[in-house]
Write a protein of this length. Structure first.
Length: 214
């Protein structure tokens, strides 16, 4: 059984263990029918990624109290929370093929941004597909940031089986900074970049060595 969903956001899926696959189109508008047909019949390679985390149970949601939401979690929402249990994590998405991540490297000459990373991606499956490389930054403890924050992503072209592409990720000075009320944006050195297919599927990591200036 394959379940097709169209939802405005995250929903509970307590039945997910009883089905073979789930596809969520969210709200696609007038092209909904064409989009479903293209993906289901293999005319298009699925490459969408979840912009939200789907909670594992109702206990993993934040319920309003008396019509008010206190937002007591602060910045630790969704994938930033170390305690959230997700049925499907932020950034998750499957394809009809699989991908391997090579060793990332810094390349200061590749772009004009503060930090430039090259991430090799290879289609290791039997069908064409597109991968979305996501960059989650881990700041030094003194930055008082969530454990990881998404600061970049890049989609490959349609890769044939066995084909590779080196994805270029550009991180600006703002990307490598945290915001403080008293001083505004504060740049940090010693930032570690976690690269992967979702917030819960990290394949590679690299410690940035370049100098960060405001």
């Amino acid at each position: 059984t394959v379940v097709l969903m169209q939802t405005p956001g995250a929903v509970l899926t307590p039945w997910r263990g009883n089905v073979s696959a789930i596809a969520n189109l969210f709200l696609a508008g007038q092209e909904t029918g064409r989009a479903w047909a293209a993906v289901l019949f293999g005319d298009a390679a699925p490459s969408g990624r979840l912009p939200v985390a789907f909670p594992e149970t109702a206990r993993d949601t934040i319920s309003p109290r008396g019509g008010q939401v206190p937002y007591s979690e602060g910045r630790l929402t969704s994938y930033r929370s170390p305690s959230l249990r997700a049925a499907f994590p932020f950034g998750h998405g499957l394809s009809y093929t699989s991908f391997a991540y090579g060793e990332p490297r810094e390349d200061a000459s590749a772009c004009a941004a503060r930090a430039c990373l090259r991430q090799p991606i290879t289609n290791t499956g039997a069908l064409p597909g597109t991968e979305v490389v996501q960059a989650y930054l881990e700041f030094p403890p003194e930055a008082a940031m969530p454990p990881r924050v998404l600061r970049g992503f890049r989609k490959t072209r349609l890769l044939q089986p066995g084909e590779s592409e080196e994805v270029l990720l550009a991180l600006s000075a703002r990307d490598l900074s945290s915001y403080r009320t008293e001083s505004g944006w504060t740049p940090w050195a010693g930032v570690r970049v976690h690269l992967g297919a979702s917030s819960a599927d990290i394949r590679r990591e690299i410690l940035l060595t370049g100098t960060v200036a405001a």
